[in-house]
Design a protein around this ligand. Structure first.
Ligand code: MLY
Length: 265
């Protein structure tokens, strides 16, 4: 039903309830992206976060970087904000007494790592220190409430940022429910996750914002404390409401959850 999307139009007539900026671990003024394609930096290996690795910028969107670990394959790219604490300028690890590590799934024999490291950094384009922005402070507590609107990264398609609603709260955790999409994309995360943004963030940074899906609004999807693995149909969903598409079965909810590949359209 949506051809183009603006929050103003979308929230008109509804109980517009955008989550306030203070809820988020995000800078009130989003940082500029001063990085350039193909530059190298140091990044924590998302699959092995005690390792600091060399990464290459293989994509940019708004204040986000698409990163690929040197020596890894192209199936495990990940995204970080320019003010993420997970990325550092080249040299940072050794200056702080650490040692650069091969990524999980290093393509070569482990013994070739020292030589690989020398080669990959030789004549490399190095991301400048000034491009790394200070990580924003963590809000003192979980200020989110069920029903609040926000923008969130689709973790199965992490290049996408989508309109979403807080569907549940439990202690420090919040349930991210994507507007108009079946529940398979929804997830629990900590309130201070860097994957969630206030309404209007994408527009203000030039990041593309995905349209809501067409499976109806999620504004009635307030779920109390259901566990992450038992995401159910929204309470209001009737068989007739989902007649055009089969209801989501628990099997469907489980499948693909651990898939490292993007769930492409
Ligand atoms: N077209 C794909 C990807 C959908 C993305 C859903 N996000 C936006 C919540 C699919 O339908 O599976």
């Amino acid at each position: 039903p949506f051809v183009s999307f603006t929050w103003d139009e979308y929230l008109k007539g509804k109980d517009a309830n955008p989550a306030p900026q203070a809820c988020f671990k995000q800078a009130p003024v989003p940082p500029p992206n001063d990085f350039t394609l193909h530059s190298k930096l140091e990044a924590l290996d998302p699959r092995n976060i005690t390792s600091t690795c060399i990464a290459t910028i293989v994509g940019l969107q708004g204040p986000r970087l698409r990163l690929r670990l040197d020596g890894s394959d192209n199936k495990n790219d990940f995204w970080r904000l320019v003010d993420s604490g997970d990325i550092k300028p080249i040299g940072w690890c050794e200056e702080n007494g650490g040692m650069l590590q091969p990524p999980l799934g290093f393509r070569m024999n482990a013994s070739s790592w020292p030589m690989f490291l020398l080669r990959t950094l030789n004549n490399a384009k190095i991301a400048p220190e000034l491009a790394f922005k200070k990580e924003p402070p963590t809000p003192p507590e979980n200020l989110f409430k069920v029903g609040m609107k926000l923008e969130a990264i689709d973790r199965k398609n992490p290049h996408l940022i989508c309109p979403a609603t807080i569907g549940g709260i439990r202690d420090n955790m919040i349930f991210i429910s994507f507007d108009g999409w079946r529940g398979v994309f929804d997830y629990w995360c900590e309130f201070d996750s860097r994957d969630i943004f206030p309404v209007g963030w994408a527009a203000s940074t030039g990041h593309y914002l995905q349209l809501p899906g067409n499976k109806g609004t999620s504004s009635t999807r307030g779920r109390k404390s259901s566990a992450a693995s038992t995401v159910s149909q929204p309470p209001g969903a009737t068989p007739s409401a989902s007649a055009s598409s089969p209801p989501v079965s628990p099997m469907t909810v489980e499948s693909g959850d651990q898939s490292p590949a993007y769930d492409n359209e």
